[in-house]
Design a protein around this ligand. Structure first.
Ligand SMILES: [Zn+2]
Length: 84
């Protein structure tokens, strides 16, 4: 017999990647001045005073960017809603 076995874990699992109220934070970044370049680096990862773009070697400027809050670092004080 050549029975095809189906793995029990073969079902598709949908993970909710985005929720309506996803906490975000504004972080300081350096971004490439080139309009067509999408490179940007977190300011905390930059050690140079004036970094160069890792992709196109252009100059970079300080900016801000809204990013989703890291899940493992959820700040409890952020949750202000009270349950009754
Ligand atoms: Zn660039």
């Amino acid at each position: 017999m050549n029975k095809k076995t189906q793995s029990p874990g073969g079902k598709e699992v949908e993970t909710p990647t985005s929720t309506l109220e996803q906490p975000t934070q504004n972080i300081r970044i350096w971004e490439c001045v080139e309009k067509e370049c999408i490179a940007w680096v977190r300011e905390e990862f930059v050690t140079e005073a004036v970094p160069a773009c890792p992709l196109c070697k252009s100059a970079m400027v300080r900016s801000e960017r809204l990013v989703p809050l890291a899940k493992k670092k959820v700040n409890r004080t952020f949750l202000l809603g009270r349950r009754r």
